[in-house]
Design a protein around this ligand. Structure first.
Ligand code: ADP
Ligand code: MG
Length: 730
């Protein structure tokens, strides 16, 4: 083994778990820690005058506009609370289209002019900000002379503090938009999609005689997968440091085949990290609930309890930040990339999604009375219609260079968006559809609003894992999101598409009722028709089967199996229309997003390409050439000693190494040419296509030879930590 690797490996293996729990927090129950770092309702109630608290609580609950008159009072209480928790600075925390979060810290201190300072934080500073954020991607929305982005407080997500060694920073969740009022983030469209969904869902509830619900909101529980790799080993891998994944690496002789890691005992150092993470998340009011080992060695999962979509999306971003931030304390780097290692499972994020009304009723719960069942069937029909009609929009919520390694790679659902309902529910729908189709009697076997649905299993474990969108008893689980991605895009698409479908359904039902029809009769007429129309999107079979793509094509379901192809459809009329119709995004905003996502793709692929080229030239080739020389020496010596003209086995070893070296040299040249070519292309789409069609294949070619060489070269010459070390040392 190479001396550097050996030294680092020893350090890694000798690392003891560090106790994450501070003395004063040991054994404290979660209730005591929960929300300690959050200026949420309990802190507000304690610190705000009653009338202000009531107003603000109502604004938060109903998503109303902020009354600027109370901003100063709230700001002052927030500042006092934050300073008591050690805060010296505040920041508007926003989510530019980079896919990451952004912050710019300002101190509370303000000079008074007489050589002293006071701490200041006004209502204006709370509700609006103007970070000079001109370098964030805007997809051409902001011209350079007005390159400013603005931030505005989102009171629906509580402000929080992040402790730092020399004082904490108060983080205020904010929206991010341009001077001309266009959205530059994902929070604004998400909020709009939630409002649109609420408006349409309420129309349905009213038809069912519900006069009390004041809103409907989506709930989201994102399950987060991640890898932990020893940070000292990772430091020897430029690919892990720069791209978050390994670009080279032969398979470990032992991978995930024994399934001994999955749900196994959690290693000590990992457990410390998990506990540390949980404590910090609980303090931030993020209800971290479940932790376990995942399928691949070195892979783990964290699941929080679901929250309202807007809060859940922000919390997931915060959770990813905390994972990256806390891992080094435990001697790890946390990899959120979708495919950190070839040959073992990648990481995804399951977006559990349901709808509940202002009284806490889950609208995706089938219920037990015929009336509840009927209402459930309407929402189910809406979801099927949404997914069937707007599959492309949903697929676009999962695009990214990293996720392309997963979708369709038989470890994650395919890129074809279909719905899994389970046998029983599918049977119910068939009965409903076919009962009507037979036409023998007006009444179908299943009489909507009169018959009761058979009990449906709340299926916890034995569900179809190959489906991208599965009904799991009282919620849907969207499984195609990548582990590093924000869940906002997919929720924006889902909420908007379902809002459109509910809009269509409500319009038709309202017309039927206006013409004197009874609700049940209108449903009996409408539902079978809807289920029949959208049944092609229901697929309970094996999504990994070779035949599924063909079958899906016959059903007319799109299969955009890579990011660039999907993005080409971003502004197709049927995709665009759904966002325009519900006023979620304007055409200009859509086009700018398409451009940003294409640029992101190209940049990611090119960074990977450049990193790989550098590693090949400065690590793999030098080690391999050294090996080649050594074998040549051996060949010559053997010939001299034995007197034989040919020494077959030594020579074939030499040839094998030399052929791979030659091919790798050629490969890296084509990779560099492809990268250079992209620099000369101006169109964003063409750049992305070239990245996909030239850079990625050149990288695959290089990798093949580099990995072969890794298995041929003397281990003491190989400087890059190997898969076995990266995956199994924790
Ligand atoms: P799994 O078997 O996939 O781990 P679980 O039932 O344990 O599924 O739930 C996983 C996630 O689903 C958790 O984040 C949980 O909070 C969330 N979840 C549960 N019920 C709902 C719901 N009604 N709406 C949204 N998310 C939910
Ligand atoms: Mg799940």
């Amino acid at each position: 083994m190479h001396a550097i690797r050996q030294a680092v490996l020893r350090q890694a293996m000798d690392t003891e778990p560090v106790s994450p729990v501070k003395q004063d927090e040991k054994g404290r129950a979660a209730e005591e820690i929960f929300g300690k770092h959050v200026f949420g309702l309990p802190a507000m109630r304690k610190r705000l005058p009653k009338d202000v608290y009531r107003k603000l609580a109502r604004i938060i609950r109903n998503g109303e506009r902020l009354d600027p008159a109370i901003a100063d009072v709230v700001a002052s209480a927030m500042k006092d609370w934050a300073m008591e928790h050690g805060a010296t600075h505040y920041t508007h925390w926003f989510h530019p289209m980079t896919g990451l979060t952004a912050e710019k810290h300002d101190a509370f201190l303000t000079p008074t002019g007489d050589g002293q300072v006071i701490s200041e934080f006004s209502g204006k500073m709370l509700i609006s900000g103007e970070p000079d954020a001109s370098s964030f991607p805007s997809g051409g929305i902001r011209s350079t002379f007005e390159a400013r982005g603005y931030t505005a407080w989102d009171p629906s997500v509580p402000a929080f503090i992040i402790p730092q060694p020399y004082g904490a920073t108060l983080h205020i969740p904010t929206y991010f938009y341009s001077y001309s009022g266009e959205t530059l983030d994902r929070k604004i469209p998400l909020q709009r999609s939630i409002a649109a969904l609420s408006k349409q869902a309420l129309r349905i509830l009213r038809l069912f005689g519900n006069t009390t619900a004041s809103f409907v909101r989506p709930n989201v529980g994102p399950e987060q997968e991640y890898f932990l790799v020893d940070s000292r080993l990772a430091a020897l891998r430029p690919d892990i440091l720069l791209t978050g994944r390994t670009l080279l690496g032969a398979p470990s002789p032992k991978g995930q085949e024994m399934e001994d890691h999955y749900f196994g005992a959690i290693p000590g150092r990992v457990m410390s990290f998990m506990q540390d993470l949980e404590i910090e998340l609980l303090k931030l009011g993020i209800p971290a609930k479940t932790r376990h080992n995942e399928v691949a060695p070195g892979q783990f999962e964290l699941a929080p309890v679901f929250e309202e979509a807007n809060v859940a999306c922000d919390h997931n971003m915060l959770c990813m930040n905390m994972m990256r931030h806390l891992a080094p304390r435990h001697g790890f780097v946390c990899l959120l990339h979708e495919k950190p290692f070839a040959g073992v499972n990648g990481s995804g994020k399951h977006n559990n999604w349901s709808l509940s009304d202002s009284e806490g009723n889950n609208l995706l719960n089938p219920g037990s009375t015929p009336q509840d069942n009927a209402q459930f069937l309407v929402f189910l029909a809406a979801v099927l219609r949404a997914v069937h009609r707007h599959a492309a929009a949903l697929r676009l919520g999962t695009v990214g260079a990293g996720n392309d390694h997963r979708l369709g790679a038989n470890e994650a659902p395919p890129a074809i968006i279909s719905v899994y309902l389970g046998e029983q529910l599918a049977e119910v729908l068939n009965t409903l559809v076919n009962g009507n189709r037979s036409g023998k009697r007006k009444r179908s076997v299943l009489e909507v609003g009169v018959s009761t649905l058979p009990p449906l299993p709340v299926d916890l474990s034995d569900r179809n894992r190959t489906s991208p969108f599965a009904f799991t008893g009282n919620k849907f689980e969207f499984r195609a999101v990548g582990s590093s991605q924000s869940v906002a895009p997919v929720n924006i698409a889902l909420n908007t598409a379902v809002a459109c479908a509910l809009d269509d359904i409500a319009t038709e039902l309202e017309a039927s009722l206006a013409s004197g029809m009874r609700l049940n009769a209108a449903l009996q007429e409408l539902l079978p028709r809807l289920f029949k129309e959208h049944m092609p999107v229901v697929f309970n079979g094996n999504g990994y089967a070779q035949t599924w793509p063909e079958e899906a094509a016959r059903r007319g379901l799109p299969n955009y199996d890579n990011t660039v192809l999907a993005l080409e459809h971003y502004c197709d009329p049927d995709v665009m229309d759904v966002f325009l119709r519900q006023n979620i995004l304007t055409e200009r905003e859509m086009r700018s997003r398409q451009e940003i996502l294409l640029e992101n793709y190209t940049k990611s692929v090119c960074i990977e390409g450049r990193t790989m080229a550098a590693m090949v030239r400065t690590s793999v080739l030098p080690s391999s050439l050294e090996m080649q020389c050594r074998i040549a020496d051996v060949v010559i010596k053997t010939r001299t000693v034995t007197g034989e003209q040919t020494v077959a086995s030594e020579e074939s070893y030499f040839t094998e190494v030399r052929d791979h070296v030659k091919a790798l040299q050629k490969g890296v040249e084509s990779l560099e040419q492809a990268l250079e070519r992209i620099d000369h292309i101006t169109g964003v789409l063409e750049k992305a296509q070239t990245a996909r069609d030239m850079v990625l294949p050149a990288m695959a070619e290089c990798r093949g030879h580099a990995d072969a060489l890794e298995q041929l070269v003397d281990d003491s010459l190989w400087t890059l930590p190997k898969y076995a070390e990266l995956l199994w040392i924790n």
